[in-house]
Design a protein around this ligand. Structure first.
Ligand code: FE2
Length: 374
């Protein structure tokens, strides 16, 4: 890979600076129970809460953290509430991919000026711990990007939330940060959303996968990955391609009833530990047949992890020009076959595991067949 010259690096100023992922907010049917799941199964710590006891009579939110990852689980009381409607329509799902910025007003105005649609206008929230400024724009489906400016805020999460812990003995699983978040959009809309991220938020197109890279007997999909200036935010966007039967993307779109976030990839430095613990906590993963491991040494060369441990835990490996990566995918984490997680350990590789796509999609198809949706 070429290193940009100093001159180029100086000229190429980031037109839409984002520090990283701020938080991911889920709208769910029962935030209290979902909170227990993310603690007991995924090893997140409960850190903050907002609800009737803190003065919010309409909804409850539980805030969970592990490493640099913050999840917010929100449910509403009234069936007519927007959040309840969202859950009724989509099932439990991701509403907001919130981005941490230094200047929320500037990010919001810049995005609107470049054609973004507002989800909510700039607001300043404040409590004794300081101010937070936020605004949001719409992206695919009903998903939004909230711009969060929190540099002067000292509190647990956001103004209005109270610190809260849990009596549950939680063991962290080594999760570090959000590696990437993938969106599924209907056929023909991928390029439109790629253009949105390029034009509105100054993202770069990192890589394109077409149906020659990603196809099995049944599934075909197209995917393009966009990334922000500092590379901390990576959003692959998938659309279905014509396959022999219903693709996993179409299944998602049918059950989510439209475009939405398909999976969140969580980075760990020790995937063997993370996955071993997740399995012990009852998290279910897609299964790749043992024969996958027969050709692994030739395909990926030498790696520092013990092959038998990877095989035992069913962890996948892929290599690119810069190194290798280890990854595994959970089954969907709610009743509808929609949102799932990827656990990923990068050992130099910056790619997304293209060498595993075929084995992976065949594993998804076996699950689809069991659901009768293939
Ligand atoms: Fe992924």
């Amino acid at each position: 890979m070429q290193t940009p010259s100093l001159e180029n690096a100086h000229v190429r100023e980031d037109q839409f600076p984002i520090n990283g992922t701020d938080h991911i907010e889920f709208y769910v049917g029962n935030a209290k129970q979902a909170c227990h799941y993310y603690q007991s199964a995924f090893g997140f710590d409960l850190i903050a809460y907002r609800g009737p006891e803190t003065g919010d009579r309409e909804k409850v939110s539980y805030v969970l953290r592990q490493g640099k990852i913050t999840f917010v689980l929100t449910s509403a009381f009234d069936p007519g509430h927007e959040i309840a409607r969202h859950v009724h329509e989509h099932g439990d799902g991701i509403k907001a991919l919130a981005l941490w910025v230094d200047d929320a007003a500037k990010a919001y105005q810049t995005a609107l000026g470049r054609g973004a649609v507002s989800a909510f206008p700039l607001q300043t929230l404040e409590d004794a711990q300081g101010p937070v400024r936020m605004a949001a724009i719409k992206t695919y489906g009903e998903t939004i990007h909230t711009f969060v400016e929190r540099n002067q805020y000292q509190g647990a999460f956001l103004p209005g939330f109270q610190p809260k812990s849990s009596g549950l003995q939680v063991r962290p699983l080594g999760f570090k940060y959000v590696d990437h978040c993938v969106g599924n959009v209907p056929l023909g809309e991928m390029n439109q959303w790629v253009a949105f991220y390029q034009q509105v938020m100054g993202f770069n197109l990192l890589v394109t996968f077409d149906d020659k890279d990603i196809s099995t007997d049944y599934t075909a999909l197209m995917s393009k990955v966009v990334s922000n200036g500092n590379g901390f935010i990576k959003f692959p966007i998938n659309e279905p391609a014509e396959g022999k039967k219903k693709s996993q993307i179409e299944e998602y779109l049918d059950f989510y009833r439209g475009a939405g976030v398909q999976h969140v990839a969580i980075a760990t430095d020790d995937i063997i530990y993370s996955v071993d613990q997740l399995r012990k906590n009852g998290v279910e993963f897609l299964h790749v047949p043992e024969v996958y491991y027969d050709s692994l040494p030739e395909r990926v060369g030498s790696i520092k992890e013990d092959l038998e441990a990877l095989k035992h835990l069913n962890i996948l490996v892929d290599r690119d020009e810069e190194g290798y990566l280890l990854q595994i995918f959970t089954k969907p984490v709610q009743d509808r076959p929609t949102v799932f997680y990827e656990i990923i350990q990068r050992e130099g590789a910056k790619s997304f595991g293209k060498g595993n796509f075929k084995a992976l999609f065949e594993a998804i198809e076996r699950e689809q067949a069991l659901r009768g949706t293939l």
